[in-house]
Design a protein around this ligand. Structure first.
Ligand code: TYD
Ligand code: MG
Length: 455
């Protein structure tokens, strides 16, 4: 009988230890180290054992000019948002991890994509039965017949089916349900996740077949299992959004084959996820009357301009300590802007409650949203609405100065396209755009904004 071997793994960062200890020396977390039983030596081989030895390729050093470029070949999916986030389609031999909270729509997204792919796809599910997948698939219109559905959790069996069917693309729903024969511990444990991913990487690299993995996310937003999973794969995508909203965002957190600044937006409908190709139009509510506390920001996510609505509510604090809350915006940054308004523009907001909301349940990192946030707060404070055809794009500095933003031309163009009459930018932004019909207000200080908006 094989000797039982156990290893201690930190459940947070995946560090290995020979014996138990209270604190992980690598990530400094307490009580995260757990024992996992490994009965047989890990082999990481995806092929049936006898065959693997004769198929072993020995890598040879090559000149950079001799290396065949795989850049030109990509599997283009039917989904233009996914293609863009991936940097132009799925790269052969790549391993992609799609993370997201339970119920956000990861399985729906990948099933929908595989059902429409013009390539032979193997969709392996360890979470749902074939009937359940069929029920889900019935909700999705237009399908091709290239997708095979397999319900299996053992990697060795999956590889056997792959060898039998020879798919172009493999999708695994979810890495946490897989288990390998080489490791004794239960599915979802660190050692299993590591082993299964290593086997899949070997398979992907040796056969040039792209593999997409679904990974669950823990409550605090990390991909469950070791952080090393993120280091092992080529691309990490995150599917996020508020479950109560219909919009979902697909982001690349890491991408070896493209930019991580790109963003895909989807809408969850009764018949699957719909790509949102013109996000700006949806994120702005088309109200007839003008309300105080609303301002439109012209942001850029990746290469794409995105107009979003910021809403602020400023009211006299009911309790002793004023409340400040922000949804979709960094609370620390809100505190900073409030301090700037107090100190530099003389607004007494210290005793007021301030609530800030970015509509659509979207969170944005672009600093160009600052000026719209300031405008929304001032508008609510003064109870004077901002004309609904005004929009803003500038960062606000600590001394109340209005700072320039990147890609100003693109923002102006988008605002113009959507019918805005005026855009507020920093004086230091160079606009090279000729014959723009939209009025461009260049401002230098917060006081200038106040003067323009509330006279
Ligand atoms: P699912 O893909 O199962 O989430 P995950 O794999 O990330 O856990 O998504 C499930 C949710 O999506 C569920 O609450 C129902 C909803 N949904 C729709 O609104 N429309 C649809 O067409 C489908 C298939 C699901
Ligand atoms: Mg799922």
């Amino acid at each position: 009988m094989a000797k039982t071997k156990t290893i201690f793994f930190c459940q947070n960062c995946g560090a290995q230890y020979a014996k138990w200890q209270g604190q992980c020396t690598s990530c400094k977390e307490w009580n995260t180290i757990a024992e996992e039983v490994i009965e047989k030596a890990a082999k990481n081989d995806w092929k049936s054992t006898s065959e693997s030895s004769k198929n072993k390729r020995v890598a040879k050093p090559l000149k950079i000019t001799e290396i065949r470029s795989s850049e030109e070949k990509r599997y283009i999916t039917d989904d233009s948002e996914l293609n863009r986030v991936l940097g132009g389609g799925i790269v052969p031999g790549s391993l992609t991890l799609l993370g997201g909270e339970p119920g956000i729509g990861k399985s729906t997204l990948l099933l929908q994509i595989s059902l429409k792919l013009p390539y032979k796809t193997l969709y392996v599910s360890g979470e749902e039965s074939q009937q359940q997948i069929k029920m889900r698939a019935e909700r999705i219109p237009t399908q091709t017949d290239n997708c095979l559905i397999l319900t299996e959790t053992k990697t060795q069996n999956i590889f056997r089916q792959i060898e039998a069917t020879n798919p172009d693309i493999v999708i695994i729903d979810s890495i946490q349900t897989l288990h390998s024969d080489y490791i004794e511990s239960s599915a979802g444990s660190i050692s299993q996740i590591k082993e299964c991913t290593t086997e899949l990487i070997k398979f992907a690299k040796e056969t040039d077949t792209p593999v997409i993995l679904i990974g669950h996310i823990t409550k605090d937003g990390h991909i469950a299992g070791p952080k090393i999973l993120e280091h092992m794969v080529d691309t990490v995508l995150q599917f996020e959004g508020d479950r109560n909203h219909v919009y979902r965002i697909l982001r690349a957190l890491k991408n070896r084959f493209g930019s991580t600044a790109e963003l895909g937006i989807y809408e969850m409908l009764n018949n699957g996820l719909r790509e949102v190709n013109n996000p700006s139009e949806i994120l702005i509510s088309k109200k007839e009357e003008e309300l105080s506390g609303n301002a439109i920001a012209t942001t850029i996510e990746g290469m794409r301009p995105l107009l979003i609505e910021t809403q602020a509510l400023v009211s006299t604090a009911v309790y002793g300590t004023p409340q400040r809350s922000a949804t979709g915006y960094n609370l620390k940054r809100l505190h900073m802007l409030l301090a700037v308004l107090e100190k530099r523009a003389g607004f007494r907001l210290g005793a007021k409650d301030v609530f800030l909301n970015i509509t659509g349940g979207i969170s944005v990192d672009d600093p160009a949203i600052d000026l719209a946030v300031v405008a929304a707060i001032l508008s609510s404070n003064e109870d004077i609405p901002i004309p609904k055809d005004y929009c803003f794009a500038a960062e606000v500095g600590l001394s109340g100065e209005i700072r320039p933003v990147t890609k100003a031309d693109q923002r102006v163009q988008e605002a113009e396209k959507l019918g805005f009459s005026t855009i507020f930018l920093s004086k230091y932004n160079k606009i090279t755009l000729k014959n723009a019909t939209i009025q461009i207000q260049l401002i230098a200080k917060i006081e200038d904004v106040v003067e323009h908006l509330f006279g």
